[in-house]
Design a protein around this ligand. Structure first.
Ligand code: FAD
Length: 402
């Protein structure tokens, strides 16, 4: 190929910034088109997110992806400033009922103790620095991250150019190049495009059939108090609370499957305070929450973007209609392995669907995209790459006939 390889990335959240960093590291010249005035203004804009590992003892594709992603994100974080951008203070997942305690015991026997350990209540309280109702599973290498810091760090590369205020409305492929248009204006073009706009990617024809869902979530910012300084680790139950960053603890997060309004509500601040009470009544008291008026609390809301199987959607895109026609024989016999080329939309990739765990899955997904685009070996086992592949939904639909 003559000249540098060029790519556009649409969206500057965790997925877009990671895709840009991984492509740039492999020599690609990347333009990142973001509709806001800066990166990390939507889901990736919370003050603190948690490196939360929901693993399975059965080694599922999702669990493998989470484990590999955790290791990869952790290595990235080592380049950032501890205490300001992230902290490896550990993550404690409380065993809040018998079922959860059983699940945690299974995990403790399936994984190495350097990754996770079952703690009884006394041990858990010693790590957390506050009184707790139960013990739990402790991830000593987990912690919190300021997601915008990770996004900004990933964009710091001489081969990456960030274009803010660039809202891509349509994509057209002309003479082997993808053109990104904002109405009548051509914004940029390149042979390769990564769609990293979370659920907004469904506005592009190529992604219109991807089953992505928006789930609104709200976090609450709680001012640090003298007595809340004792909190030594992230503690999670149904919600999570992190040790303070910049004078504030982040408490999260609500789930609203219906609302499309992003104005924070007092009702959700109140329900987040309920989550805190369930995590630790002692911490709630240390934070003096009974004296706080939910209507006066600060916070922010954004949309998570989830897929039906909770795996991210990462990889090259095929033309959905042509895909169904090309592989229609699978509807009759799913065991066939047709020797027909997939009708790829050449040079078009997606990195989305990171749900509630983008800090863990998005950076590694950037590597996956860049490896695919550069013709390199993939950084995850083939079964994991296939489980994340954008074609999986059309394929399942073909095979199941619905
Ligand atoms: C309340 C809440 C709490 C969370 N807590 C955690 C947590 O503790 N741990 C964790 O790992 N994850 C957490 N998450 C999930 C995590 O934030 C997401 O998985 C992650 O931020 C997704 O990154 P993204 O880049 O896919 O999407 P986004 O951050 O939403 O980025 C998409 C970007 O694309 C841009 N864009 C979209 N369409 C266009 C277009 N057409 N043209 C130009 N730009 C476009 C948007 O402006 C945006 O900047 C939480 C999410 C929420 C909402």
């Amino acid at each position: 190929m003559n000249g540098p390889r060029r790519a556009l990335v649409i969206g500057a959240g965790l997925a877009g910034c990671a895709s840009a960093a991984s492509l740039a590291a492999r020599g690609w010249q990347v333009e990142v088109l973001e509709r806001h005035d800066a990166p990390a203004r939507e889901a990736s804009g919370n003050p603190q997110g948690v490196l939360y590992l929901k693993l399975s003892a059965h080694g599922t594709a999702l669990s493998q992806m989470i484990l590999a992603g955790f290791g990869y994100t952790r290595r990235w974080l080592e380049r950032l400033q501890r205490g300001r951008d992230w902290d490896d203070c550990g993550v404690l997942q409380l065993a809040f009922d018998t079922k959860e305690a059983e699940r945690q015991a299974k995990l403790a026997s399936a994984f190495d103790s350097s990754l996770l350990q079952c703690l009884d209540r006394e041990q858990a309280e010693a790590v957390a620095g506050v009184a707790l109702a139960s013990g739990g599973l402790f991830y000593p290498e987990g912690g919190w991250v300021h997601p915008p810091a990770l996004c900004h760090a990933q964009l710091q590369h001489p081969r990456i150019r960030l274009l803010n205020h660039h809202h891509v409305i349509a994509l057209r492929r002309i003479d082997g190049l993808w053109q990104a248009w904002d109405g009548e204006q051509l914004l940029a073009s390149a042979p390769l495009v990564v769609l990293a706009g979370a659920a907004e990617i469904c506005n592009f024809e190529a992604c219109a059939e991807l089953p992505l869902k928006r789930i609104r979530g709200q976090i609450t910012r709680l001012p640090l108090t003298e007595r809340s300084q004792a909190l030594g680790t992230v503690v999670c139950a149904d919600g999570y609370v992190a040790p303070a960053r910049d004078g504030e603890h982040t408490l999260g997060a609500s789930f609203d499957f219906h609302s499309l309004d992003l104005a924070p509500t007092a009702g959700e601040h109140a329900s987040n305070l309920g989550l805190l009470e369930a995590i630790s009544a002692d911490l709630a008291q240390r934070l003096d929450t009974s004296a706080l008026d939910p209507a006066q609390l600060q916070g922010r809301a954004a949309f998570r973007c989830t897929s039906p199987d909770y795996l991210p959607i990462v990889g090259p895109l095929a033309d959905p209609a042509a895909f169904s026609t090309t592989y229609s024989m699978l509807a009759k016999d799913a065991r066939q392995v047709p020797a027909i080329d997939c009708p790829w939309l050449e040079g078009l990739y997606v990195n989305s669907g990171h749900g509630s765990r983008g800090l863990i899955t998005a950076p590694l997904s950037g590597e996956l995209i860049a490896a695919w685009a550069s013709g390199e070996p993939l950084p995850v086992p083939r079964a994991v790459a296939e489980a994340c592949h954008p074609n999986r939904f059309t394929l399942r639909k073909l095979i199941r006939g619905k």
